[in-house]
Design a protein around this ligand. Structure first.
Ligand code: SHN
Ligand code: NAI
Length: 218
């Protein structure tokens, strides 16, 4: 029923951004924090700012991003898929917003109500990504919850998720029926597999597959 629909305007999504151009206007503390996760993905990062932090200078020197030492002009964001306005001048951030087009993703560090995306508190364990958002209500709480989760979902999850990924590819390539496939994949989620080392896991999976009558297709 339509009147049962929620009133939130936030839709959680994981973006695949390969080849995107991301323009960050401003080169201070917040811009630097916004750039960090961008360096982990295959995007073209351009920083527009007369002055930047030592980190941004280093990344520019390493050609991990491009820094244009200048004040913002509307032309700077013309080819950007994602725009981040993080200067310490609210008037400039507003100019960036006004220069943006409807199809662009834009985040203003000081005006969440004008942003069409928020930056969640995030950490990665290889392919496992955990992101927390309070829809802008309390970034401090988002950060606190992220820290709590990062203790539960520790570094061991990286190799475990990698193992699950590989097993799933193999299971999908067999001629086993759907129910059996699901049973195998569900079994691998039991805690004991997470605590095994790589060799134990491989052996356990091999035995499981044999037990269920699965043969790998070449
Ligand atoms: C809406 C949002 C906009 C966006 O997406 O840009 C936004 C907005 C604002 N934050 C402000 C302040 C603070 N932000 C933090 C921390 C973080 N803020 C982050 C995200 C977001 N912050 C987005 C919503 C997130 C959500 O959905 O909950 C994190 C998760 C990610 C990141 O920034 O990288 C990161 C945690 C990093 C981590 O550990 O992962 C701290 C705490 C600290 O630094 O320790 C403080 C000080 C305490 C406080 O104010 O709470 C201010 C006031 C600025 C001013 O006073 O001038 C505004 C503007 C406003 O609210 O008007
Ligand atoms: N979203 C969030 O989590 C938070 C947001 N903020 C907001 O973020 C903003 C930036 O804060 P900081 O990074 O700490 O400031 P900062 O003072 O460290 O950096 C400001 C940067 O803006 C650049 N700049 C100034 N005028 C410019 C122009 N015309 N064109 C291009 N670049 C220009 C400066 O060269 C400098 O690099 C503030 O508006 C603050 O309210 C602050 C804390 C948290």
């Amino acid at each position: 029923m339509n009147d049962q629909k929620g009133t939130s305007t936030i839709l959680p999504m994981m973006l695949s951004v390969k080849g995107y151009t991301v323009v960050i206007v401003g080169g201070g503390k917040i811009a630097t924090r916004r750039i960090l996760p961008l360096l982990e993905v295959e995007v073209n990062v351009i920083v527009i700012s007369p002055e930047v932090t030592a980190d941004i200078k280093t990344w520019h020197g390493q050609q991990r991003l491009h820094w244009k030492a200048k004040c913002f002009e509307p032309i700077d964001i013309k080819n950007a898929a994602i725009v981040i306005a993080a200067t310490n001048d609210p008037k400039v951030n507003l100019q960036v917003y006004e220069a943006s087009e409807k199809h662009q993703l834009i985040n203003l560090a000081d005006r969440p109500n004008l942003s069409n995306f928020y930056v969640p508190a995030t950490f990665r364990r290889g392919k496992l990504i955990l992101s927390v958002s309070t829809s802008g209500a309390s970034p401090g709480l988002a950060r606190q919850i992220k820290q709590q989760l990062s203790e539960i979902y520790d570094e061991n999850y990286e190799s475990y998720v990698e193992f699950l990924d590989q097993c799933r590819q193999i299971v999908k390539s067999t001629s086993l029926n759907q129910q059996t496939r699901n049973n195998i994949l569900k079994e691998l989620l039991k805690t004991r597999y997470r605590h095994m080392d790589e060799r134990e896991r491989e052996e356990a999976f091999k035995q499981l597959l044999e037990k269920e009558g699965g043969k790998q297709n070449e």
